[in-house]
Design a protein around this ligand. Structure first.
Ligand SMILES: NC(=O)c1ccc[n+]([C@@H]2O[C@H](COP(=O)([O-])OP(=O)(O)OC[C@H]3O[C@@H](n4cnc5c(N)ncnc54)[C@H](OP(=O)(O)O)[C@@H]3O)[C@@H](O)[C@H]2O)c1
Length: 338
């Protein structure tokens, strides 16, 4: 099953990397406010550059280290020749649920919020934990979903006020197609099992891909719980930028590995500027309602893949979503009450 899954995914992904040209975005963001997390570098930074160039009035860069965010903001402001007031840099540590909550609380004070690109993510072969969870699961999956849930009311309220549909996208990966689901088969809690180092060790090379299919399942579920209506006029998607040159693998490769990786990625990878075009497509106001809950790839709706459509995928997604939404709903309720 795993071999069939992997073999079936390779030709379309190679085609995407080698032959698909992502158009330069031209959507108008005039007057709009957009949040981009993990935007001091890589794809997030290029997404900020695009939306600033396209006229956004206010772009919030959510970054772990404010000084790095400010340096990136200065580069974008100078390059795009816009007023420094267009960009705000806010602290956000996606490894820490309290930081995520503080960030979302601050976002409530914005005049409006039209779109959010939840891009911050990690990939590493080093085991570490963040709060109660293994780090990929905490950062890429659970806290990204917590932030989606906390920002959604602001996006919904803005959409009502402005009459323009809001957009929320989480950044997944086409590696979700390859994720091996066998590790998720447990009679107990999936979350606890993924945070058990001894149990996870033999599966750890799968963890990044797993974190992205788990994120897709959650974001898709969020879209189902919030269908497009007058009161919830927010289009929710998951986007993949495709394979891009970036620092994502910084933890795992030394200088020689970096040189080899650079050479290999030069053959197949997109630049971060091109990859970030897919993010802009995912939050453009022209995006069609049929994209709600979908996986966006190459600036269009992509296939869900066997990890979503198979009986095993459906069964595990149901269990995972029930477990995580029960947990996060409690956090959201306690935030509302605080
Ligand atoms: N590059 C690819 O080929 C590719 C393909 C598919 C999907 N993606 C996804 O695209 C997203 C961006 O990746 P990238 O390639 O641009 O990698 P990158 O250059 O390493 O950027 C990752 C960003 O996430 C931030 N981040 C990491 N942990 C964080 C935390 N705890 N709190 C706040 N911010 C945090 C990083 O901040 P620091 O600088 O402070 O670490 C950085 O700004 C990720 O979600 C990744 O999974 C990438």
């Amino acid at each position: 099953m795993q071999a069939i899954k992997v073999a079936g995914c390779i030709p379309p992904l190679l085609y995407s990397q080698l032959f698909v040209k992502i158009p330069v975005p031209t959507s108008d963001f005039s007057g709009q406010a957009v949040i981009v997390t993990g935007s001091n570098t890589g794809l997030g930074k290029e997404a900020v550059r695009h939306v600033v160039r396209l006229g956004a009035k206010n772009v919030i860069m959510g970054v772990r280290t404010v000084s790095k965010g400010e340096a990136a903001a200065e580069d974008i402001i100078n390059g795009c020749q816009v007023s420094s007031s267009v960009i705000e840099v806010w602290q956000l540590d996606m490894a820490n649920a309290n930081s995520v909550k503080a960030f979302a609380r601050r976002a409530e004070s914005l005049d409006r919020l039209d779109a959010a690109i939840l891009n911050a993510g990690v990939q590493t072969m080093k085991w570490s934990t963040a709060g109660d969870y293994e780090s990929h699961i905490a950062i890429n999956t659970i806290n990204t979903t917590l932030l989606s849930m906390l920002l959604l009311p602001k996006l919904q309220a803005s959409a009502k006020e402005t009459g323009q549909r809001g957009r929320l996208t989480t950044v997944g990966s086409d590696l979700m197609y390859f994720a091996n689901l066998a590790e998720l088969e447990t009679t107990g809690s999936i979350v606890q099992s993924l945070s058990d180092e001894a149990r996870s060790r033999s599966w750890f090379s799968q963890r990044y891909a797993q974190s992205k299919i788990l994120l897709f399942w959650l974001t898709h579920e969020l879209s189902k719980r919030n269908p497009l209506t007058q009161d919830s006029n927010v289009l929710i998607t998951v986007v993949t930028p495709g394979g891009c040159e970036s620092d994502l693998f910084r933890d795992d490769i030394g200088p020689v590995g970096k040189a080899i990786f650079k050479f290999m990625s030069g053959l197949f990878s997109r630049t971060t500027e091109v990859g970030a075009r897919t993010y802009v497509h995912a939050v453009s106001s022209e995006l069609d309602a049929e994209a709600h809950g979908k996986f966006l790839m190459d600036a269009k709706i992509g296939a869900d893949g066997m990890n979503v459509t198979s009986a095993q995928g459906k069964k595990l997604a149901k269990k995972w979503n029930e477990e995580v939404f029960t947990m996060l709903q409690r956090e959201v309720e306690s935030e509302k009450g605080s």
